[in-house]
Design a protein around this ligand. Structure first.
Ligand SMILES: Cc1cc2nc3c(=O)[nH]c(=O)nc-3n(C[C@H](O)[C@H](O)[C@H](O)COP(=O)(O)OP(=O)(O)OC[C@H]3O[C@@H](n4cnc5c(N)ncnc54)[C@H](O)[C@@H]3O)c2cc1C
Length: 405
């Protein structure tokens, strides 16, 4: 059998997290491999903005994430393709009069964030990966097994039998991470009892560069603005519904689904004129107890998954990537190899608190908005109106959600 190929860092998973980590580490004098189960051939992005051409998976990127993608050199290509900045956010409670408005003027920002199709982010990052002489891309190549050798290096076997060795193995293989499982990381997880239905819709009225979110007793509904034409208005929806309601909603024909969505959104954007095929994602909260072991690190969804209600998942993930890349690069310049536990622990220390805080906040929101009892509904509605009238508190909340404070 051929000798395994040796790398300083092997990253498993070329989604947003894995591809951005490879780019962030490039140029540091490390030998990097990026392993992806799916074929990564140059698939051109659709240039027409018809309803069905949008990726059903979009992300609301914070200014902090955009800054990181800018620093990597990926943002200009993403912006030149298409994305929609949003300047305003309206959040309201279906059960009462509570409503909060967030506007870019309140934090003196150019925008609150950008809605970007996930595949556009990955596409821009992979273009950089392909130009980097220090990154080897192995795709399609699913990781089959991995283990720690007596030398402390990590041994990997890919589907098809190819073997690799790494000083550091990074799991960027998503929520159902095989690396996390195979290396025996303990993960706390619980079911939200929700499924997120995603689709792209066309609406009658302009979205006003606003992200709309309504809290229904059955779960939150978000309408996120997408770029459209002069008189065509598109949004991406994330409609979280209780598990027992999801199948019935998914089974609706297009017209009935559009009508249900219009009711659920109180027709804030007028008639829902059309929708694409619907996809459903089961929602579970997961958090690895440790993000690191000697020679192994988890990043982004492999380390934590969070309810999409505040659109923070990949924003937290990109910060994991930024911090891990920073620690690896600093270590390498100081002669410390990337799998060293002390180095990896610094990454964990810098990230775990922030991730946990955001996850608990999202969990709290979800539970609060599910409550039907009259006193809790009163507290919720009064609380929303009160926060709306307290600019300093609101500013702090906004800065935190934008990754700025
Ligand atoms: C409905 C919904 C809406 C969301 N909205 C937002 C939002 O607005 N803002 C936000 O910040 N986040 C949002 N998120 C979260 C965000 O989508 C995720 O955090 C993000 O996609 C995770 O990226 P990742 O690179 O960690 O994992 P993934 O995107 O899952 O990528 C993992 C990659 O690893 C590969 N892989 C898996 N197993 C193997 C293997 N064995 N061998 C080789 N390769 C492998 C996969 O093929 C894949 O390419 C949302 C999530 C959902 C479900």
């Amino acid at each position: 059998m051929a000798d395994p190929r040796r790398y300083d860092v092997v990253i498993v998973g070329a989604g947003i997290a894995g591809a951005s980590l490879a780019v962030a580490l490039s140029g540091e004098g490390l030998r990097i491999a990026l392993v992806e189960a799916l074929p990564l051939g140059e698939r051109p992005l659709p240039r027409t903005a018809n309803l069905a051409d949008f990726d059903p998976r979009v992300s609301a990127l914070t200014p902090r994430s955009v800054g990181f993608l800018q620093a990597l050199g990926a943002w200009d290509a993403i912006a030149a393709y298409r994305c929609c900045s949003y300047h305003h956010m309206t959040v309201w409670d279906a059960e009462g009069t509570g409503q909060i408005e967030f506007d870019r003027a309140e934090v003196a920002a150019a925008e609150l964030g950008h809605i970007v199709e996930n595949r556009a982010i990955v596409h821009a990052l992979l273009a950089l990966v392909n130009d980097a002489p220090d990154i080897s891309v192995l795709s399609p190549a699913a990781l089959q097994s991995c283990s720690r050798l007596p030398s402390k290096a990590i041994s990997l076997e890919l589907e098809g039998g190819e073997r690799l060795q790494a000083d550091l193995l990074v799991a960027a293989d998503g929520a159902l991470s095989r690396v996390r499982e195979m290396m025996g990381f303990v993960c706390r997880e619980w079911d939200y009892g929700h499924r997120a239905i995603v689709a792209t819709i066309e609406v009658e009225r302009p979205h006003q560069e606003t992200a709309w979110q309504r809290f229904l007793p059955t779960g939150p509904l978000a309408l996120l603005p997408l770029p459209g034409g002069a008189d065509r208005h598109y949004c991406s929806i994330v409609w979280s519904v209780q598990e027992d309601k999801a199948d019935a909603i998914l089974a609706l024909d297009d017209d009935t689904f559009c009508a249900a969505l219009e009711r659920a959104s109180e027709a804030r954007l007028g008639t829902v004129l059309a929708c694409t095929r619907r996809y459903a994602h089961p929602l579970r909260q997961r958090h690895a107890v440790d993000y690191v072991q000697p020679g192994v690190a988890l990043v982004a969804d492999a380390a934590h998954t969070i309810h999409p209600l505040a659109g923070q998942g990949i924003n937290l993930g990109l910060q994991d990537v930024a911090v891990l890349a920073e620690e690896i690069a600093a270590g390498h310049r100081g002669g410390i190899h990337p799998g060293e536990l002390a180095l990896l622990r610094r990454y964990q220390r810098r990230r775990k608190g922030e991730n946990l805080l955001m996850m608990s906040a999202m969990d709290g929101f979800k539970r609060l908005f599910e409550q039907q009892s009259l006193p809790l509904r009163w507290v919720r509605n009064t609380g929303m109106r009160r926060i709306d009238s307290l600019p300093p508190v609101k500013r702090q909340l906004m800065r935190h959600a934008m990754g700025l404070g």
